[in-house]
Design a protein around this ligand. Sequence first.
Ligand SMILES: Nc1ncnc2c1ncn2[C@@H]1O[C@H](COP(=O)(O)OP(=O)(O)OP(=O)(O)O)[C@@H](O)[C@H]1O
Ligand SMILES: [Mg+2]
Length: 237
Amino acid sequence: MPEPLLSIDRLNAFYGRAQILFDVDLQVGPGEVVALMGRNGAGKSTTIRSIMGLMERCTGSMVFDGTELRHMDPFRISRLGIGWVPEDRRIFTDLTVRENLEVGRRPARPGIPAWSEHDLFELFPNLGQMPDRLGGRMSGGEQQMLAVARTLIGNPRLVLLDEPSEGVAPLIVEQMANMIVELKRHGLSVLLSEQNLPFAAAVSDRAYVLEKGQVRFAGTMNELSENEQIRRQYLTI
Ligand SMILES: Nc1ncnc2c1ncn2[C@@H]1O[C@H](COP(=O)(O)OP(=O)(O)OP(=O)(O)O)[C@@H](O)[C@H]1O
Ligand SMILES: [Mg+2]
């Protein structure tokens, strides 16, 4: 593998006194789509929140493009080019689709093509059909697309997607899969937290499986698909 874009080394994370992550090692290469899998409570969101600088206490190291992220403020981490789409989407319900996108807009980054509103409406035609719709008047799936689009307009190099397929209609899940393939085509890297194995398998190069805050499997997506024991033991089938 070439030099990873994100390299996490022996990450431990805590909520108060409770340790949630135990020596998690994880890499995301440039242009790679990596699935972070595991059942409810396994530690997927905690891993993502640690990367974004949102855990009050963690130890270990998280290096993004040569910069250590630990002890860095969340807004600085985001400025380095890490985009986060949280589990709960956080759409502004009283702003329109266009206005929600404006909130996420950041300057272009040298060396990578910037996302315009036009590009995003091409990527998500549903959004293009409702530019003036209020966030609060959209379906869960449409809000999920808007949350992704709002992150992309910030021109990230690495996108952290936290369970984008959760509670979303099958047709939208298919669009999410196409979107991830498109991001990869644009050269972006993606860390995708997921429980939905067919969805993750359709778009990911490699996978990590967490259980009780520990990495129980690391390998290619093909290796995971073929490893029935790991799937049975640690994933919901
Ligand atoms: N704010 C919090 N305070 C204390 N413990 C928490 C908090 N948030 C999560 N936890 C605990 O941390 C563990 C990991 O949770 P996490 O949200 O990372 O799991 P997850 O893999 O994202 O699960 P899900 O698929 O349900 O989103 C769980 O045991 C959970 O109960
Ligand atoms: Mg979660």
